[in-house]
Ligand binder design. Structure first.
Ligand SMILES: *[C@@H]1O[C@H](CO)[C@@H](O)[C@H](O)[C@H]1NC(C)=O
Length: 158
C-alpha cells in the first residue's frame, strides 16, 4: 500500500511538466524517460484518436508494435514547421534499423498540431481495423496498455 501511494505521488509530480491535452482522453502513456513524450488516446468501434505530445521542436513519433520491436511496427511521425503540422504514417524498417520509411498508404488524418514552450503537440486519427497489411489491427486499450507501445525506440527528442 505504501508503495502504491509513493508511485501515485511520483507520477503526479512528473506529469505536472507535461502539456494538458486538448480534450479528455481515457488512456494515456508516458513513453520516454522524463515524460518527454506522452501519448493520449481514445477509440470507438471505427476510429482511434491520438494526441501525442513531445518535448521537442523537432519531430516526435510513436510506434505501435505487436512485439515491442521496430520490425512490423506501425509508426506515426509528425512535426510542426512554420506553424504548419504534418503527420506521416510509417512502418518499421525491414531490418529493424534506421528511420522508418513512409507507408505506401497514408492511413492517418491530422486533426490538429501546434508547437509552444518547446513542446510539439499532434492530434490525429485513424480508422479501425487496419486496411493495409503492414498496419497492426487495433482492437482495444490492452494493445497499448501492456508495454506494447514501442515509442521509446522512436522518440526524436533532441
Ligand atoms: C467514432 O469516432 C469517429 C471519429 O471521431 C466518428 O466520426 C464516428 O461517428 C464515431 N462512431 C460512433 C459509432 O460513435
Amino acid at each position: 500500500m505504501m508503495k502504491l501511494i509513493f508511485y501515485l505521488l511520483a507520477c503526479s509530480v512528473c506529469f505536472s511538466h507535461a502539456q494538458t491535452p486538448s480534450e479528455e482522453f481515457p488512456h494515456m502513456a508516458a513513453l520516454a524517460p522524463g515524460n518527454k513524450v506522452v501519448l493520449y488516446w481514445k477509440f470507438n468501434e471505427t476510429h482511434i484518436t491520438f494526441e501525442l505530445h513531445g518535448q521537442t521542436t523537432g519531430w516526435v513519433g510513436v510506434g505501435l508494435s505487436p512485439n515491442g520491436g521496430m520490425i512490423n511496427a506501425d509508426i506515426y511521425v509528425g512535426w510542426v514547421k512554420d506553424g504548419s503540422a504534418t503527420i506521416t504514417d510509417r512502418k518499421g524498417p525491414p531490418d529493424g534499423q534506421g528511420f522508418p520509411p513512409l507507408d505506401e498508404e497514408q492511413n492517418v488524418k491530422l486533426l490538429d498540431g501546434s508547437e509552444s514552450d518547446g513542446w510539439t503537440r499532434l492530434k490525429f486519427r485513424r480508422e479501425i481495423p487496419a486496411c493495409e497489411p503492414s498496419d497492426i489491427p487495433i482492437t482495444g486499450s490492452t494493445t497499448y496498455g501492456r508495454g506494447k507501445v514501442a515509442a521509446n525506440k522512436l522518440t526524436g527528442v533532441n
